[in-house]
Design a protein around this ligand. Structure first.
Ligand code: NI
Length: 136
């Protein structure tokens, strides 16, 4: 059920909010506020070590000695956290590996850190997402 409530804030802060809304292409303030709250819920899930989903992306040169093997080995060691892996051969040297992970936030974060810290990984990122169970 949809409930209405009123928010008071300084004019300058409201201007900032409206700029943000325009930039992010929100149709109205309500959907923007709802999404801000949801993203805070996701942040808190990670901070509280809840069951979460994440997406790890790695860019690396597959010619780097044993790097491909290490990336695969780490995923096998933590196979219960790996939902899916997609590998893209972007050009002669560069690979993009996208790994969808699930589990307790701390364990998932550690796995991402271990992968990203491997020598030869040129770009690494963990996108923190959610199982959606606590999102409305
Ligand atoms: Ni490749």
């Amino acid at each position: 059920m949809l409930k209405r409530f009123t928010i008071s804030m300084e004019e300058e802060l409201l201007h900032d909010f409206d700029d943000l809304i325009a930039q992010r292409r929100y149709k109205n303030r309500s959907e923007a506020v709802r999404d801000l709250i949801r993203s805070r819920v996701v942040e808190d899930e990670w901070a509280a070590d809840k069951d979460v989903m994440g997406v790890i992306s790695l860019v690396y040169d597959h010619h780097q000695h044993q790097l491909q093997e290490k990336i695969t080995e780490l995923q096998h060691d933590l196979h219960h956290h790996i939902v899916s892996t997609t590998h893209v051969h972007m050009d002669h040297h560069n690979c993009l590996e996208v790994i969808i992970v699930r589990g307790q936030a701390g364990a998932v974060q550690q796995l991402a850190n271990s992968l990203i810290a491997l020598r030869g990984v040129r770009s690494g990122n963990l996108a923190m997402s959610s199982t959606g169970k606590h999102l409305h």
